[in-house]
Design a protein around this ligand. Structure first.
Ligand SMILES: Cc1cc2nc3c(=O)[nH]c(=O)nc-3n(C[C@H](O)[C@H](O)[C@H](O)COP(=O)(O)OP(=O)(O)OC[C@H]3O[C@@H](n4cnc5c(N)ncnc54)[C@H](O)[C@@H]3O)c2cc1C
Length: 385
C-alpha cells in the first residue's frame, strides 16, 4: 500500500497550481465575484487549461488527447477554483463522451476544437421536470429527412450560455415500459441556434449555469452520437470519475478554509491568549483536518480503483457524498473558528461555504449516490428494477 504521490504526480500538481496562480486567479480577481465571467475571460482560461491537457484528459493520446489517468485528472482538478473546475470538466467530459461514442468523421469534426478549446462544449441532460431520472427526458427529436427537429428545455446546464456546442439528450419516442428511447445529438450553435439564459445561483457565481430553450432547432442527423439506447451508459461512464473529482472540488474549498482557520487561530487573542491555545478551538481544528484528510484520501482511492479497472460505482458514489458533506461541515467549523469574522464577506469563508453547497447536486444528489452505494452493496436496486 502506497500513500505517497510519485514525483510525476507531484510535478503535475505543482504545475497546475502555478497555472492557477499565474493565469486564472488574476482573471477571477479582476472580475466581480458574484457575476458569471465574460466569455472572453473564460476563453482565456480554457486556453491555458488546454495547454495542460485538461480539455482532453480522457481522450487517449493516439486520438490527440492527453490520455491522463483518473487520479492525475483529480490531482489537477483539486488545484483549480471550483467554478472553473466545473466549467472545464463539463467541457472535457463532453469531449470524452463524444470520443466514446462517435465515428471517425464525427471525431475529426468535433474533437480538435474541443481539445484546443477553440469551441466551448457542454452536456445538456437535465430538464425542468427531469433530474435524477434521466430516462424520462422529454426534449423531443423528431426525424425529418436528414435532420432532427429538436424542441424542449434543458435546465442547470454548466457552460450553456457561453458554449459553442451542446451534447443534448433527446427522446425519439417511448419503449414498452413508457421510458424514453434516447438519442444524443451535438447541436452546434452557429449552425442550429438556441437560446440560453443564466440562472442566478447560491454559489460558484463566476461560473455559468443556464436554462436552454430549443424551438424547432434543426440538427443534421450526422450529429447524432453512438447507438440508440446507449445514452445512459455513456453518461454513467464519465460520471464515475467525475464524482470523486467533484469530491476534490470540495476538498479544495475545505483546504482553503482549514488554512485560514489555522492562521486565524494563531493570530487571534482572547482572554489574553491566542485562541489556538484553547482546547475547544483545537478540537475544531482537529475535526476540520480530519475531514479534509479523509475526504482527499477517499477521492484518491476511488480514482485509483477506476485506473486499476476495478468496478468503482460504489467507491465513486461514496467518495463524492462523503467528501462534499464532510467538507461542507469542515468549512462551517472553520467559520466558527473565526467568530463573526467567519460570516463576513471580507473573509471569504462564506463564499467557500456557498460554493461547497452547490456541489451536493450535480452528477448525483446525496440521495441518488446513497442508492447507488446501496445497490452495489446489496445487489438490489432501490429506484429501478
Ligand atoms: C452546479 C450544478 C451543475 C450542473 N451541471 C449540469 C450539466 O452540465 N448538465 C446537466 O444536464 N445537468 C446539470 N446539473 C443538473 C443536475 O444534474 C441535476 O440538478 C441533478 O441531477 C438533480 O436533479 P434535480 O435538481 O431535478 O432534482 P430531483 O431529481 O428533482 O431531486 C429532488 C430531490 O429528490 C431526491 N430524489 C430524487 N429521486 C430520488 C429517489 N429515487 N430516492 C430518493 N430521493 C430521490 C433528490 O435526491 C433530491 O433531494 C447541474 C446542477 C448543478 C447544481
Amino acid at each position: 500500500m502506497e500513500f505517497e504521490l510519485d514525483s510525476e504526480q507531484r510535478m503535475i500538481q505543482e504545475s497546475t497550481r502555478r497555472m492557477v496562480e499565474r493565469d486564472i486567479e488574476p482573471l477571477l480577481v479582476a472580475h466581480d465575484r458574484d457575476t458569471p465571467l465574460p466569455k472572453e475571460a473564460m476563453q482565456k482560461i480554457f486556453a491555458v487549461c488546454a495547454a495542460q491537457g485538461l480539455t482532453c484528459a480522457r481522450i487517449p493520446e493516439e486520438a490527440g488527447g492527453a490520455g491522463l489517468s483518473a487520479l492525475t485528472l483529480g490531482l489537477m482538478h483539486e488545484q483549480l477554483p471550483p467554478a472553473i473546475a466545473l466549467a472545464v470538466i463539463a467541457h472535457e467530459g463532453t469531449g470524452a463522451r463524444i470520443f466514446l461514442s462517435s465515428n471517425q468523421e464525427q471525431r475529426a469534426r468535433f474533437l480538435p476544437d474541443i481539445i484546443s478549446a477553440k469551441r466551448i462544449a457542454c452536456t445538456g441532460n437535465t430538464e425542468p421536470d427531469v433530474g435524477s431520472d434521466p430516462r424520462s427526458v422529454k426534449t423531443r427529436a423528431a426525424e425529418e429527412g436528414d435532420v432532427y427537429v429538436v424542441n424542449g428545455r434543458k435546465m442547470w446546464i454548466t457552460n450553456a450560455s457561453i458554449c459553442d456546442m451542446i451534447n443534448v439528450t433527446c427522446s425519439v419516442g417511448k419503449d414498452d415500459r413508457g421510458l424514453s428511447n434516447l438519442v444524443r445529438v451535438i447541436i452546434e450553435r452557429d449552425h442550429s441556434p438556441f437560446t440560453a439564459l443564466e440562472i442566478g445561483m447560491l454559489g460558484l457565481k463566476q461560473g455559468h449555469l443556464s436554462e436552454v430553450l430549443f424551438e424547432n432547432c434543426r440538427v443534421p442527423k450526422a450529429n447524432a452520437l453512438g447507438e440508440p439506447g446507449d445514452a445512459a451508459r455513456i453518461l454513467t461512464l464519465t460520471w464515475l470519475a467525475n464524482r470523486p473529482i467533484f469530491g476534490l472540488f470540495a476538498v479544495h474549498l475545505a483546504q482553503k478554509a482549514l488554512d485560514a482557520a489555522m492562521t486565524y487561530a494563531r493570530d487571534r487573542v482572547q482572554f489574553g491568549k491566542s485562541i489556538a491555545s484553547f482546547q475547544l478551538v483545537q478540537e475544531l481544528l482537529a475535526d476540520i483536518t480530519a475531514a479534509v484528510t479523509s475526504s482527499r484520501l477517499m477521492c484518491y482511492y476511488a480514482l485509483s480503483c477506476i485506473d486499476k479497472g476495478e468496478r468503482a460505482n460504489q467507491v465513486s458514489a461514496m467518495a463524492k457524498r462523503f467528501a462534499v458533506n464532510s467538507c461542507q461541515r469542515a468549512i462551517s467549523l472553520a467559520m466558527e473558528v473565526h467568530g463573526a469574522m467567519g460570516l463576513s464577506r471580507e473573509m471569504g469563508l462564506e463564499q467557500l461555504y456557498r460554493d461547497a453547497r452547490m456541489l451536493t447536486v450535480p452528477d448525483g444528489t446525496n440521495q441518488i449516490l446513497t442508492l447507488i452505494e446501496g445497490r452495489e452493496l446489496t445487489g438490489v436496486a432501490a429506484y429501478r428494477s
